[in-house]
Design a protein around this ligand. Structure first.
Ligand SMILES: *Cc1c(COP(=O)(O)O)cnc(C)c1O
Length: 370
């Protein structure tokens, strides 16, 4: 075997770099605004409760965990029910190690050879990877100039290509754009019984006043799936817990493809403890939303183009050489994300101190480049 073909990787994976933002040590880069984390960690009371729960789980580690994670599904159903008028029952809930795993499982169950997955670019860069990894054909439609969805074009694409999975982040990453309920309705109808529509609400808790969650539409569309995560608003990125709400038949279908005991006893116990502290962990969301709105206003004041944001980040530009600006900020101890359409950069919303550091660094970088 020639050296160039070893290891014997699948043809389509050769030469591909693993996905991931640069992870730099916090002592070298003190202001990290690149992966949309919640900057506020748990209180010591919450940490103590999590530690006790993890210790209790540790006493059972010789046994496999509850494969159906019944208690966790109940708790997640309770948590989601606060966002709906009709409520969510545990049979409608599924969870995995991050919503990325939830979505991969959806592609494993509903994608595959001969099937198509669709989204609308610019959008989350992991979606095409789920498609590739499950041998699902990938097709990206396009968003309008302001990053909203052109509904007629989107409906036409779905009608002509008949995807079995449609991935719609709302708010979208990296643009921050939320989808209006009409968009979800139109695409659920266009997909019909041959496709599922996945509304990825990873940033759902940050949406602006008056922007509804797609959870409200579950009773109307049995092909609708709404995914959420504890990684963003919930301040639990390190926990690795994502989940979805959908028709019980969809949850049952995923059980066919999931690995046995995919949620460890420790993950289940820690997630349950975190959910008991939901009000505290989500306690900074309003502040972060206000900080987000202030950031958008400040960037516009500085003359930048800024996409409207319903998330805890914003996309701004446009730069002739965005990499130089990204590097200039990094040289000043501020890490943001070089992602999205050419010429744009994405910055996460941090604490007031972190945002002040970002503003100072950006002014400084501009001064140097002017
Ligand atoms: C961050 C993010 C997720 C969440 O990923 P986890 O695996 O739950 O940490 C999902 N979708 C989008 C669009 C995201 O930006």
């Amino acid at each position: 075997m020639s050296a160039s073909t070893w290891p014997p990787l699948r043809e389509e994976l050769r030469g591909i770099e693993p996905y991931g933002a640069p992870q730099l040590p916090i002592d070298k880069v003190p202001v990290q605004l690149n992966v949309n984390e919640n900057p506020y960690g748990p209180s010591s009371a919450c940490v103590a409760d999590i530690a006790t729960s993890a210790a209790e789980a540790a006493m059972t580690l010789n046994r496999y965990p509850d494969r159906e994670f019944v208690a966790l599904r109940q708790s997640l159903a309770w948590y989601l029910s606060r966002d709906t008028s009709t409520g969510i029952v545990p049979e409608q809930v599924w969870a995995a190690n991050g919503s990325n795993e939830v979505m991969l499982q959806l592609l494993q169950a509903f994608g595959g050879p001969g099937r198509t997955a669709v989204s609308f670019a610019p959008t989350y860069s992991m979606y095409p990877e789920y498609a590739r990894d499950t041998n699902t054909r990938w097709l990206a439609g396009h968003r309008a100039e302001d990053f909203s969805l052109d509904l007629d074009a989107a409906r036409d694409l779905v009608k002509s290509e008949q995807p079995s999975v449609i991935l719609l982040p709302s708010p979208n990453n990296p643009t921050g754009t939320a989808l209006p309920p009409e968009a979800v309705a139109v695409l659920c109808e266009a997909a019909g019984d041959d496709g599922i529509v996945v509304v990825d609400e990873a940033y759902g808790e940050f949406r602006r006043e008056g922007v509804p969650s797609a959870l409200e539409m579950l009773p109307a569309y049995r092909n609708l799936v709404v995914t959420r995560t504890m990684s963003k608003a919930f301040a639990g990125a390190g926990l690795r817990l994502g989940y979805l709400a959908a028709a019980p038949e969809i949850c049952d279908a995923i059980r066919v493809v999931r690995l046995p005991y995919h949620l460890s006893a420790v993950t289940q116990a820690v997630a349950l403890a975190a959910l008991r502290h939901a009000p505290e962990l989500l306690g900074k969301v309003d502040e972060l939303r206000a900080e987000r709105d202030a950031l958008v206003a400040w960037l516009r004041d500085q003359g930048y183009d800024v996409a409207d944001s319903d998330a805890n980040f914003c996309l701004f530009g446009r730069f002739a050489d965005r990499h130089a600006v990204w590097q200039g900020l990094l040289d000043r101890g501020v890490l943001i994300r070089e992602t999205g359409p050419e010429g744009w950069l994405r910055v996460s919303v941090g604490t007031p101190d972190e945002m002040a550091a970002f503003r100072d660094a950006l002014i400084d970088v501009n001064g140097e480049r002017a």
